[in-house]
Design a protein around this ligand. Structure first.
Ligand code: AP5
Ligand code: MG
Length: 192
């Protein structure tokens, strides 16, 4: 199995690049943000709960998010590997992910961090606000808060994976195609 954590701040291009990796490496794309948005759209209990946090740019509590992740992994027993997008975001989430994968006889191969400057992130998200319908894109203050939450609560996870020799930083600037090529090269090299 090939299991990749795609890491990076809001607007770094995780969702965009995950789609490319899924096709090339035959992986199952698991985005906790997408699953929460699906639940919001369908007005489920989970959606109502998550919306309160997401609309403010805050993290949904670990207990809820970890439960969701486990159920998504369990829904895909035939997967040849996963690309985790937007998960883990906290140390308890990273520990839970290790446990879930260990129980299945597998593990994370690498964490790839898309490195993008803040000015570019806010520009991308402001542009996306015109079409995404995402409440958390519509307000510059919420975008600011999402980036701050990333720096305070999520970025420290770099250490967690670095200590295991699994952290790889990739330049996230340039065209979507350039970045995809960089990612393919990086992954192929790490697997060689
Ligand atoms: P989530 O859905 O994960 O959003 P995010 O991390 O804020 O990241 P985005 O989806 O906004 O950006 P992205 O990196 O995927 O970039 P994209 O490819 O879209 O989380 C949303 C919320 O859900 C969180 O705030 C939290 O409340 C909750 N949540 C989710 N997971 C959680 C967890 N594990 N724990 C707790 N809470 C959780 O690209 C962005 C834009 O830029 C697009 O318009 C794209 O077309 C464009 N673009 C992409 N690449 C390029 C490029 N190279 N050049 C120009 N434009 C580009
Ligand atoms: Mg995304």
């Amino acid at each position: 199995m090939l299991n990749i954590v795609l890491f990076g701040p809001p607007g770094a291009g995780k969702g965009t690049q995950a789609e490319m990796l899924v096709t090339k490496y035959n992986l199952c794309h698991l985005s906790t943000g997408d699953v929460f948005r699906y639940n919001i759209k369908n007005e489920t209990e989970l959606g109502v709960l998550a919306k309160g946090f997401m609309d403010q740019g805050k993290l949904v509590p670990d207990e809820v998010t970890i439960k969701l992740l486990i159920s998504e992994v369990e829904k895909n027993p035939q997967a040849e590997g996963f690309i985790f997008d937007g998960f883990p975001r906290t140390t308890p989430q990273a520990e839970a992910l290790d446990k879930i994968l260990t129980e299945r006889g597998t593990s994370i191969n690498m964490m790839i961090a898309l490195d993008v400057e803040k000015a570019e992130l806010t520009e991308r998200l402001k542009n996306r606000a015109l079409s995404s319908g995402r409440a958390d894109d519509a307000d510059p203050e919420i975008i600011e808060n999402r980036i701050k939450v990333y720096m305070d609560e999520t970025f420290p996870l770099k250490e967690f994976y670095d200590q295991q020799g699994k952290f790889i930083k990739v330049n996230g600037h340039g065209t979507i195609e350039d970045i995809t090529a960089r990612l393919f090269e990086t992954i192929d090299l790490a697997l060689a």
